[in-house]
Write a protein that binds this ligand. Structure first.
Ligand SMILES: *[C@@H]1O[C@H](CO)[C@@H](O)[C@H](O)[C@H]1NC(C)=O
Ligand SMILES: *[C@@H]1O[C@H](CO)[C@@H](O)[C@H](O)[C@H]1NC(C)=O
Ligand SMILES: *[C@@H]1O[C@H](CO)[C@@H](O)[C@H](O)[C@H]1NC(C)=O
Ligand SMILES: *[C@@H]1O[C@H](CO)[C@@H](O)[C@H](O)[C@H]1NC(C)=O
Length: 608
């Protein structure tokens, strides 16, 4: 206890001058984030606030034109001004956007309860195991870290191939990783030397101490996620972190009220220091939620990739979500579906896509995690200076990916956020995974599955390619409007088709593709959507979601994202097919506008 206080004290001294946080008090809906047009000074902001009867609270750090206002209660508005009252801030011509704060429901992506497992696929993994790397660590649970290749009764292929990387002396040195989570037990014996207070903050309490709530069983998640990345090696305690010499911090933002300002602040915290942000949470994985980052969180992600890591771009790693059994699809989670996040799913210790791991076209890769009850799970640190061999869910997969990326960044610190994605696409391996999981070869010859992405991360392959990688050419963006085509046969089968013609030659090597989709409907969950590329790759960008009965404004410029056509040449005709599996006949009330957004480069990325 005594020691912990000393650390907290040091942390406070280090950070007090760097941060100007602010804690919102309930009710949240009196607070508004307001972006003013162009460059704005305090004076402009004060005027806008006063004019509309708001109190100016503060300028938001790191953004030139974003401010926090608080709505004045009616009785505080002078009597003479009553009639002009509170007008919507958006109506002020100086305001770009205004966003009222509200409580956001966010779930941690580990598994509390196991659904009964109905996966009975026969595994066909390689069983010619030869142990080529000797276990070298004395940590008490090293033997349980099957996914790092230690258990001689498991096939060699079933691991993330980290030992050859350690053999080269690469262990994550000088790379700083922050988990966005519910706290970190930074005085844990297996974390203490790697803990970095400069990349840690507590946004729930607005102070520099991200320690989990004491005596709260429910706040072990952050400590578990952090340990997977940065448990110390050879100290006989717990296991070994994937990047066991990296620096680890926690931006505490779960475990209290979550709102847009808090999320955006967390995603942008320590932009000049944090290399990798690892998030194992998101909107509810209940098969019916459709929620994107708020306007400020979205700005924070854009700012992160533009300004983070001295302009190379912050790396955002995201857990795909655990809602597969509930028919969820991670393209309905705007955090996972963002082009700025690397969406990571889970494979179990049989090499199968884990039963809970959500599939969607924005899944880029998988790492190992838990399977069903009797399968091996993930070893890590736990609260109370303890250890666990039972970390689960896609929550456990994202930090393993973050750890591997940290190894790659030590090997080549010059990788941009897009370089990292290119390297994952090319270095992930399909070999140890079961063959049945909707694998498809795209027009550039890359194998892709919406369940398993481009495959399992392979740390050695990732690092080797990172060392030879040349910075990708500048990102080009092309937008193509869609047009609905009428076809009598489609009307009979309740299908609608939209075509997009990309006839420019600016982009010849694709990265991400988005379909920005607007439609009104009567039952959102009954719709399935497929995108076909000019090379003939057909990708499911939305699965049917049997629990989603939402009606009305079903999709309001929703950005569906796909990485399935990575490296293809996008020239030619694209087609979006919307199938309605309801028996309503008139489920879709209106469609449009629909836009295809292509991201990529004119010239192919290359290695040296
Ligand atoms: C868990 O997986 C194992 C091996 O794949 C299988 O034998 C077992 O039946 C599964 N358990 C449940 C509860 O489905
Ligand atoms: C090694 O793997 C086997 C097969 O999955 C398992 O039964 C055993 O418990 C594992 N040993 C350790 C120490 O994890
Ligand atoms: C990174 O870039 C800097 C400046 O461009 C260069 O001097 C350095 O050699 C590069 N490092 C690696 C590992 O490529
Ligand atoms: C594409 O659609 C958007 C809005 O839906 C519109 O503003 C824009 O002018 C259109 N572009 C073209 C080239 O038609």
């Amino acid at each position: 206890m005594c020691f912990r206080n000393v650390v907290v004290f040091m942390v406070s001294i280090l950070l007090i001058s760097l941060i100007d946080g602010f804690k919102l008090n309930a009710p949240l809906d009196k607070y508004f984030l307001v972006a003013l047009k162009d460059y704005s000074s305090f004076v402009d902001a004060l005027q806008v606030a006063r004019h509309n009867h708001y109190k100016f609270v503060k300028k938001i750090d790191g953004f030139q034109n974003i401010f926090l206002f608080e709505k004045l209660p009616e009785w505080k508005i002078g009597y003479g001004n009553k009639r002009s009252g509170h007008k919507p801030l958006q109506e002020d011509s100086r305001v770009l956007w205004a966003s009222q704060q509200k409580i956001l429901q966010r779930d941690k992506r580990d598994l509390i309860n196991y659904d009964e497992d109905d996966y009975n696929e026969i595994e066909d993994h390689n069983s010619n195991y030869k142990q080529t790397h000797q276990p070298t660590f004395n940590d008490e649970l090293w033997e349980h870290q099957w996914y790092m290749s230690t258990n001689s009764s498991l096939p060699k292929a079933l691991n993330l191939n980290v030992l050859p990387v350690y053999a080269k002396g690469i262990t994550g040195r000088n790379v700083r990783v922050a988990v966005l989570d519910d706290g970190i037990e930074y005085d844990h014996e297996d974390l203490i030397q790697n803990y970095d207070p400069q990349i840690s903050w507590n946004y729930n309490e607005d102070n520099a101490d991200p320690y989990p709530k004491p005596d709260d069983d429910d706040s072990s998640h952050g400590t578990r996620c952090a340990g997977e990345i940065a448990m110390m090696a050879n100290n006989k305690k717990c296991g070994v972190g994937i990047a066991f010499n990296s620096r680890i911090g926690c931006i505490k933002m779960l475990g209290g009220l979550v709102y847009d300002l808090l999320e955006g602040s967390s995603l942008g915290f320590g932009l000049d220091k944090v290399d990798i942000y690892s998030s194992s949470w998101g909107p509810m994985d209940n098969g019916q939620t459709m929620e994107a980052p708020g306007i400020f969180a979205k700005e924070a992600l854009e700012r992160g990739v533009a300004l983070g890591r001295r302009g190379l771009g912050s790396i955002y790693v995201w857990a795909s979500g655990n809602g597969r059994k509930k028919g969820d699809n991670c393209n309905c989670d705007g955090y996972a579906a963002s082009i700025y996040t690397i969406t990571v799913g889970s494979a179990d210790d049989k090499g199968r896509g884990a039963w809970y791991s959500e599939k969607c076209a924005s899944v880029m890769t998988v790492t190992y995690s838990s399977g069903n009850d009797s399968d091996q799970m993930i070893t890590t640190t736990d609260v109370g200076n303890s250890c666990t061999v039972q970390h689960t869910g896609t929550s456990a997969s994202a930090p393993l990916a973050a750890g591997i990326i940290a190894l790659g960044l030590e090997a080549n610190p010059n990788l941009s956020w897009r370089d990292v994605q290119h390297i994952i696409v090319r270095s992930a391996t399909r070999e140890p995974l079961t063959k049945g999981d909707d694998w498809q070869k795209n027009g550039a010859g890359l194998m892709y599955s919406t369940k398993l992405g481009f495959g399992l991360m392979d740390a050695d392959a990732f690092v080797n390619l990172a060392q030879r990688w040349r910075t990708v050419p500048k990102q080009k963006i092309a937008k193509v409007n869609g047009s609905l085509i009428e076809n009598p046969a489609d009307a009979l089968s309740n299908t609608k088709r939209i075509i997009f013609a990309y006839t420019a030659k600016t982009i010849r090597h694709l990265e991400h593709v988005q379909v920005i989709f607007t439609a009104t409907c009567q039952c959102r969950g009954a719709l399935e959507m497929y995108l076909s590329s000019p090379s003939g790759t057909q990708t499911t960008i939305l699965d049917r979601r049997p629990r989603d009965f939402y009606a009305d404004n079903c999709f309001d410029s929703w950005p569906f994202m796909s990485v399935a056509t990575w490296s293809e040449n996008p020239y030619g005709q694209w087609q979006l097919e919307i199938r309605d599996s309801s028996s309503m006949g008139n489920n879709i009330r209106s469609i449009g506008p629909v836009q295809l957004v292509l991201y990529g480069t004119t010239h192919a990325p290359s290695t040296t």
